[in-house]
Design a protein around this ligand. Sequence first.
Ligand code: GLU
Length: 444
Amino acid sequence: MAYVDEIMESVLKRNPGEPEFHQAVREILDSIAPVIAKHERDYREEKLLERIVEPERSISFRVCWTDDNGKVHVNRGYRTQFNSALGPYKGGIRFHPSVNRSIINFLGFEQIFKNALTGQAIGGGKGGADFNPRGKSDTEVMSFCQAFMSELFNYIGPNEDVPAGDIGVGGREIGYLYGAYKKFTHRWEGVLTGKGVGWGGSLARTEATGYGVVYITEEMLSHKGQSVAGKTAVVSGSGNVALYTIQKLQTLGAKVVTASDSDGFIYDEEGIDFAALREIKEGKRGRVKDYLAYRPHAEYFEDEKPWGVPCDLAFPCATQNELSLEGAQKLVANGCKSVTEGANMPTTREATDYLLGAGLDFLPGKAANAGGVAVSAIEMSQNASRQYRSFESVDNQLHDIMKGIFAQIQSACEDYNTVGNYVSGANIAGFRLVAKAMRAQGYV
Ligand code: GLU
């Protein structure tokens, strides 16, 4: 049996009931099979793949907190410190009822290769809790964050593990988590990223993931003599990634006609009013349906995803496995030419294979959404030097990083004869960097 197949079999056996983790591992192993085949004897001997699919450390813990009525709640918190070959563990914290070990492991595993592609000194990790911030008051969210950090602070540090936000964890939550960390440790240090500007946060971190998604799409299109300007785009989601993807697309002249949340999507044929959507989401913590009050001509489709809306470019920016085969078929049937993943693994494997087979350009999340974590690393370096940089300088560096990621993917594609398959290219390019560092650091 090929080495990659043996590893897949053992991952399935050793991690039962973790379908998302299996999916993420399978995709990487399929892509890197030709790289492994070239060095199979050495890698087998060194147990390189056995080590890469096993987190260095994985914790789960009880989070006990009290709501505004004095009622006690118990949630489960997680942190998977997956791989530190390239730097301190780095990756977000997700608060969402769907969070479980499988979700955290898949996200942590993806993060290793994504972070490698940024060219910054960051390893891969991920954390979270099955806590639902929706409908909770500020004091309840604070109480939860403090309880969560009362355990997590033992395992993190600016040179050890630096969490950040993800779904359900934005500026408000990072503030409460940071305050709690300081209280428990008596230290003001760069232990979390996505902090507020003025107290350790980096300018452009809020915008970074979405802007990066558009920068890499523009870079890809420019190689074909094209641009996002004048194109119609469908975006899913309405969180941080979706919002700033929409903003940057519009600045560069594209027309974005949709946004969504878990209840449905809005369609605005004149183009989404970014200021209105941002006010609804960031200001009022509302739902996309509220958009109709700002733009009565827009339409709301309850319980539907936006993939049936005709477009040139699609940007799944909501959550894992939101774009299924059926959605992908609709996109292709309606003339979509390119899909860029803003979320982590938003496209199912069947849908990815279908889109690639149909000849679409497909930029995978671990390359396309790496701008967020890249600017997190820039925030870490600002904290370490106790200096702040301007928005323009961070944004310019982000732009260069995204161009650099595309160049690395392309060169990996050329090396392994998979030109045009950016999924393979990203996985191979990320893996090569991590494997090189792991091999140099011995059997740990
Ligand atoms: N949660 C984001 C991601 O998926 C950002 C992580 C970070 O900034 O550390 O990459």
